[in-house]
Design a binder for this molecule. Structure first.
Ligand code: SAH
Length: 289
């Protein structure tokens, strides 16, 4: 309590590393929504922008740092420095990242910097694309008796030569597993080659999902050996991920999202009637207020 003394630094702010979810704004968590509503500053990646609520306080500082699938328009060091600076200014900072902040988004590195600089921070976990985009494409990440393990990897691991290596030999022999490749478009041919070389069956079910959980979602379902050709034929591009494994077989039968009457529709609404919004969303529409 009491009057703040002149010359004393403002109280240190804090940084919330918030997962924005995979694209559908409804998949932002309740806590993530709360942190955004209380924020003084939001530092967000391009993939996370869809989750930004339209009713953010007008005074909030917005810092787009433009990170999208592998390209980093603002260097990571500058993002780290920005987070530290904003927190030192006493601000409540939301660092909004696509999916879950600790799954392939360099969230761990940002937390390390905050910890080293003595900036209070927390992690608000999010729904990772590797689980949700598959679900919206009809593919359960795991399934009793079929897939009892889930492996997520950044697909470009297949084309790098330094650092820890992926054990393609083990993955190829793991029949009761789902393998999910993030950043999966460019490196797909290399991944397929590694797995086939290591003895995985060419007919193993495989799929690619682009812009999952949004009205722009597209998917192709094929086999390990046929996936690259199918992806090229359909013209899929980032952001997309692939799944390889037995549960991909369910994709046709469990295609609940595409079956919704308004799937693929993106509606701009000038009304904020909660009932109208939830009715349209339940029918599959992507509603932008
Ligand atoms: N932290 C994020 C992943 C960041 S890496 C998460 O937990 O989901 C970025 C990669 O995530 C993209 O290249 C793509 O492979 C995948 N991705 C993100 N959103 C996606 C979406 N809506 N549909 C399909 N893939 C997505």
């Amino acid at each position: 309590g009491g009057e703040p003394c002149r010359g004393v630094a403002p109280p240190l702010g804090r940084v919330s590393l918030v997962g924005a979810g995979p694209g559908c704004p409804g998949l932002l968590t309740v806590r993530g929504r709360q942190r955004l509503a209380e924020a003084d500053a939001v530092v967000f990646d391009r993939l996370a922008a869809a989750a930004l609520p339209c009713d953010l306080p007008a005074a909030v500082e917005l810092h787009p740092v433009g990170k999208v699938a592998g390209t980093h328009p603002m260097p990571q060091e500058e993002i780290n420095a920005l987070l530290v600076r904003l927190a030192r200014e006493g601000k409540r900072v939301v660092r909004l990242k696509g999916g879950d902040p600790y799954v392939f988004g360099r969230g761990g590195e940002e937390a390390e910097v905050l910890a080293a600089e003595g900036v209070p921070y927390e992690v608000v976990s999010g729904v990772t694309a590797g689980v949700a985009a598959l679900a919206w494409a009809g593919i359960p990440a795991t399934h009793r008796r079929e897939a009892v393990r889930l492996t997520v990897l950044p697909a470009h691991e297949a084309v790098k030569s330094d650092g820890p290596q992926v054990r393609w030999d083990l993955l190829a022999r793991d029949e009761h597993a789902t393998l999910v490749g993030y950043m999966g478009v460019t490196a797909l041919p290399a991944v397929v080659e590694r797995l086939l070389e290591a003895g995985m069956a060419p007919e193993t079910p495989a799929a690619m999902v682009e812009q999952g959980t949004t009205a722009r979602q597209r998917r192709v379902v094929s086999t390990l050996a046929g996936l690259q050709e199918a992806v090229v034929a359909a013209g899929l591009g980032p952001p997309a991920l692939f799944a390889i494994g037995p549960t991909v077989r369910h994709a046709e039968r469990l295609d609940w999202y595409a079956a919704l009457p308004l799937a693929g529709e993106r509606l701009l609404l000038a009304s904020s009637s909660a009932r109208l919004v939830s009715t349209l969303e339940a029918a599959g529409a992507d509603v932008v207020l």
